[in-house]
Design a protein around this ligand. Structure first.
Ligand SMILES: [Zn+2]
Length: 430
């Protein structure tokens, strides 16, 4: 086909001279050893038409601008998503710390209870010590009284007593008894003192334990205040991230408006280009635009594949790039690259590559009885099988499913356009 096209280009002069008008519609003209079809004539007519070329240039310039704006929008959306992820991570961290703090609060309260218990024990021991001291004092008083009585005997009554002692044995016994009494008292006192000593030791042990508990409690409290500080810091970071997110949202909104305005401009240019193409083709072919298209007779463009991943009007997330108001339907092919069929007969008015649609084809089908113009669009193709100006019939292969342009997997993005505006394809299949 390529060599034929080149030959046809060399015949441009002849064609411009009006030869093309004499071609039978849809027919093929024998020329030398090769043949060329109406499609090549159409392509040539388009290449020569200044209006078509101007409209094409304008459309392509706008497409570039739109691509750049969309890229900026995607960057902003990426920043926003990143900030949202950061925020989620910070919140997770903060929740973890909040849990740790509440565990510490309960441990601290346990420690407080233990300290209070220890204080009670200390108080009880202190009371026992005081009681023991009172007992010792009492015993000491009794002992002193006894000693005083004995002293009195020694000082005054000893001689009188001696007078009553009949024998040395009696005297010795008396003396022993006195000694025994004093010894017993001393033992009792010693015993009490030992008990008091033991209580003092107990109290000292309790004091030490209480001090340890308080130190542990203090350590817990300092851990808690560290965590409180960390939690406060995280709260600050979260609010800073919230600010980032809302800044990105504002930027996104502003950018979306710019994109929408540019998209409108582009759609207009695309429509103008299509009009120019149609005008050039009808000049070249002498076609009249009869209003005989029946829009309800579209055939399914991807026989055997019916898994719709995105319906008309839905919002898409393409690698973090959020696009609302899906202009067509996405038909998934699960990695396969089947042929794409024209949904109806018509003229290929666009067959090109764009950064968003990838390889795509737009076919103009004609007008219905009400004067509404219909076109279908097929995007993200791995390759295109038709060129601009070519006439296609319903069900003809126009390209192959791919994932070119802004796409995340093998699928056909299929649009129906009525008077240039996207419409739900499911309203038009036969
Ligand atoms: Zn799509």
């Amino acid at each position: 086909m390529r060599t034929e096209k080149i030959r046809v280009r060399m015949l441009a002069g002849l064609l411009a001279a009006g030869l093309v008008l004499s071609l039978p519609a849809g027919g093929a003209l024998a020329l030398g050893e090769g043949t060329f079809t109406e499609e090549t004539v159409n392509s040539d007519a388009l290449a020569q038409d200044q209006n078509v070329q101007d409209a094409k240039e304008k459309k392509e310039a706008l497409q570039k601008e739109l691509d750049a704006l969309n890229q900026q929008l995607a960057n902003i959306q990426g920043d926003k998503k990143e900030a949202e992820e950061t925020k989620a991570a910070l919140e997770k961290q903060k929740n973890l710390i909040t849990q740790q703090i509440s565990a510490l609060i309960s441990t601290i309260s346990d420690a407080e209870e233990a300290v209070a218990q220890k204080e009670e024990d200390i108080q009880r021991t202190q009371q026992a010590i005081e009681e023991k001291e009172a007992e010792i004092d009492e015993q000491w008083d009794a002992f002193k009284d006894q000693m005083a009585a004995m002293q009195m005997l020694n000082d005054t009554g000893y001689v009188a007593m001696l007078a009553n002692v009949n024998s040395l044995y009696q005297l010795l016994t008396f003396s022993n008894t006195m000694q025994e009494i004093s010894q017993q008292d001393t033992e009792i006192l010693d015993n009490m003192k030992a008990q008091k000593e033991e209580l003092n030791e107990q109290k000292a042990q309790l004091d030490k334990e209480k001090q340890e508990l308080e130190a542990a409690k203090q350590e817990l409290e300092s851990q808690k205040s560290e965590l409180d500080a960390k939690s406060g810091e995280l709260a600050q970071n979260i609010s800073a991230t919230n600010q980032e997110i809302s800044d990105a949202q504002a930027k996104e909104q502003a950018q979306q408006q710019v994109v929408d305005a540019k998209q409108k401009e582009y759609n207009q240019a695309e429509q103008e280009y299509e009009n120019a193409v149609r005008a050039a083709l009808s000049n070249a072919q002498g076609n009249d635009t009869s209003n005989d298209f029946t829009s309800s007779l579209f055939v399914w463009p991807l026989p055997g594949y019916h898994e719709i991943t995105t319906y008309f009007g839905e919002t898409q997330d393409i690698n973090g790039y959020i696009k609302s108001g899906h202009k067509g339907i996405d038909v998934r092919t699960a990695g396969a690259s089947p042929a794409i069929h024209a949904a109806a007969g018509g003229t290929v008015t666009v067959s090109t590559y764009s950064s968003s649609y990838g390889n795509y084809v737009l076919i103009y089908h004609g007008q219905d009885a009400d004067g509404n113009g219909y076109a279908t669009l097929y995007a993200h193709m791995s390759s295109r099988a038709v060129s601009e100006g070519e006439t296609v019939s319903a069900d003809q292969t126009i390209g192959y499913v791919g994932s070119t342009g802004l796409s995340t997997g093998m699928h056909l993005h299929f649009e129906v356009r009525v008077n240039g505006n996207p419409a739900n394809p499911f309203n038009y299949f036969s």
